[in-house]
Write a protein that binds this ligand. Structure first.
Ligand code: BES
Ligand code: ZN
Length: 432
C-alpha cells in the first residue's frame, strides 16, 4: 500500500475531485463554531490503525440529540447539524460540500367528488400527492389514457377529464390535461380497487384517483348523455430547503458511500433515529480517513429523509451514469443505537456480507423487517441500480416519539454497527 503523507493526500484529493467533476448543487459552507474532532480517541482493537470506537460515536449522538435536539429538515436546527458534520469531517481531512435542494411538504386533507354537481352522488377519491388544491365544477369528458394525443379530438378545454391509469406517469397525464385547458383530472384505476399515487411536483390543476369500479360509474354517466362533476381537493403545501453534507476523500476511481440521515421528526430529539446512524457514519469516516484506501470514500449526511427520502433521492438524481457505476456500495445506517438485534437489508450480496460479518463478530444479523425495504435512504440508491446495504436494529420502543432520547442509546450497539460495517468494507476490499 502507498504511504502518502497527509499533505500529499490533500493535493491528490483536490486533483481527483476536479477530475471526477462531481455535480453538486448550489450551497455554501457556513463559518462554524463547533470544536474540531478529538485526535485522542482510542479504538477497542489492538491494531495499529485506529478502529471504530462506540464511545466516540456516542459523543456524536450527544452533540446531535442533546446539543442540537430535534432536527427537522428545513428548520433552523439543521444549520447547526450541517455545521457540526462539516466541521467534524473537515477536521478528519475530508473535502465537504453542502448540497442544497428544495423540499415540498405536502399535506393532504382529503378529496371529494360529486357527480351531478354539489348536491349529487358522492364518489370516493384519493388525492394524488402534489395535486393543486381547489374546487372546480364542470362537464366530465373521457380522454382515453390521458396522453397528449388523447386530447386532440377530446374537446376537453374548460372541462374535467376522466382518464385511465397506465402507459405514462401520473404527472405526465396531469400536465397533458393542463396543456389541453382541462380544469381537473380524474384518473381511474386500470385494475380493481382504488390506488394511491404521487405526482413529481405541484400540479397546475387538481388531480385525483378513483377505483376501477367508480371509474366505470363515471364513464356510464358520461355515456348516458353528459355529466357534470365537482372535484374538490383539500391540501396544503409548504416549500423549504434542505441540504446534504457531502464529504469526500479521494482515493481512486471507484467510490464507497457511507450514509445516514441527519434529520429527525419533530416529535423528539431523534437520538436513535437517526443521531445513532449519523454518529456511526462520522466514526467510520474517522477510521477510513486514517487508512490509505484504493477507492474514494464519500460520507454523506442525508437531509429530509423523514419527509420521503428527499435528500438521498436528490443526491442520486445529481449523479451521472458514470458516477453511479463507480459506486462500489452505499452503506446506510439508520437506528443502530437501540434495540434487540442487528438487521440488514438491501442488495442480496451485501446482506450476505453483513451476515458473514455478524458471524465474525459473534452477533446475529437478522432479516429485514416487513415493510422496511423502502424505509430509508438505501432505497434511493437501489432504485438507481446502485448496490446498497441498510443496517439497523430491531424494536426501538421509542421510535418517532418524544422519548427517542440520548440515554437509551447504547455505545455497545454503535460499536456493533461500526464493526459490522468495517468487516463488510474489508470483504469488499478483498473482492467478495
Ligand atoms: N428510521 C426510519 C426507518 C426505520 C424504521 C428503520 C424502523 C429501522 C426500524 C425512517 O427514518 C423512517 O421513519 N422512515 C419512514 C419512511 C420514509 C420514506 C419517510 C417509515 O418507515 O415510515
Ligand atoms: Zn430513520
Amino acid at each position: 500500500m502507498h504511504h502518502l503523507t497527509a499533505r500529499r493526500l490533500t493535493a491528490l484529493s483536490l486533483a481527483l475531485l476536479t477530475a471526477l467533476s462531481l455535480s453538486f448543487g448550489p450551497g455554501a459552507l457556513a463559518a462554524t463554531t463547533w470544536p474540531a474532532p478529538s485526535s485522542a480517541i482510542v479504538g477497542v482493537r489492538a491494531d495499529s490503525a485506529p478502529s471504530f470506537s462506540g464511545s466516540a460515536a456516542l459523543q456524536h449522538v450527544n452533540e446531535l440529540s442533546v446539543g442540537i435536539g430535534s432536527r427537522v429538515a428545513g428548520s433552523p436546527a439543521q444549520d447547526s447539524t450541517h455545521q457540526y458534520l462539516t466541521t467534524q469531517l473537515q477536521g478528519m481531512g475530508y473535502q465537504t460540500v453542502l448540497q442544497s435542494f428544495p423540499i415540498t411538504a405536502y399535506q393532504d386533507r382529503g378529496s371529494k367528488l360529486t357527480l351531478g354537481g354539489a348536491l349529487g352522488q358522492s364518489v370516493s377519491a384519493n388525492t394524488l400527492v402534489y395535486s393543486a388544491a381547489g374546487a372546480v365544477e364542470a362537464e366530465l369528458v373521457e380522454a382515453g389514457l390521458g396522453r397528449p394525443e388523447d386530447y386532440e379530438d377530446a374537446n376537453a378545454s374548460g372541462k374535467i377529464a376522466l382518464v385511465t391509469r397506465g402507459d405514462i406517469r401520473f404527472a405526465d397525464k396531469v400536465d397533458a390535461a393542463a396543456k389541453a385547458g382541462v380544469l381537473a383530472v380524474i384518473i381511474a384505476n386500470n385494475v380493481p380497487g382504488s390506488f394511491n399515487g404521487s405526482l413529481i411536483g405541484m400540479s397546475a390543476i387538481p388531480a385525483v384517483g378513483v377505483s376501477q369500479e367508480d371509474g366505470a360509474v363515471l364513464r356510464q354517466a358520461i355515456r348516458a348523455g353528459g355529466a357534470t362533476i365537482r372535484v374538490e381537493v383539500n391540501a396544503t403545501s409548504a416549500q423549504s430547503t434542505g441540504a446534504n453534507v457531502v464529504a469526500t476523500r479521494a482515493g481512486g476511481p471507484k467510490t464507497l458511500v457511507i450514509g445516514a440521515h441527519i434529520d429527525s421528526v419533530a416529535a423528539g430529539p431523534g437520538a436513535n433515529d437517526n443521531a445513532s446512524g449519523t454518529a456511526t457514519a462520522l466514526e467510520l469516516a474517522r477510521v477510513l480517513a486514517s487508512r490509505p484506501t484504493p477507492y474514494t470514500v464519500q460520507v454523506v449526511g442525508f437531509d429530509a429523509e423523514e419527509v420521503g427520502l428527499v435528500g438521498s433521492s436528490y443526491f442520486v438524481s445529481q449523479l451521472s451514469d458514470a458516477e453511479k457505476q463507480a459506486i462500489i456500495a452505499m452503506l446506510n445506517f439508520d437506528m443502530v443505537g437501540v434495540g434487540t438485534e442487528s438487521r440488514a437489508g438491501g442488495t442480496d450480496s451485501l446482506v450476505r456480507l453483513a451476515q458473514a460479518a455478524g458471524a465474525q463478530e459473534g452477533v446475529s444479523v437478522g432479516q429485514l423487517g416487513d415493510g422496511l425495504g423502502g424505509a430509508s435512504d438505501h432505497a434511493s440508491f437501489m432504485r438507481a441500480g446502485i448496490p446498497a446495504l441498510f443496517v439497523y436494529r430491531s424494536n426501538d420502543p421509542n421510535y418517532h416519539s418524544p422519548n427517542d432520547r440520548f440515554e437509551y442509546v447504547d455505545a455497545a450497539n454503535l460499536q456493533i454497527a461500526g464493526n459490522l460495517a468495517l468487516d463488510v468494507i474489508a470483504a469488499l476490499e478483498r473482492g467478495e
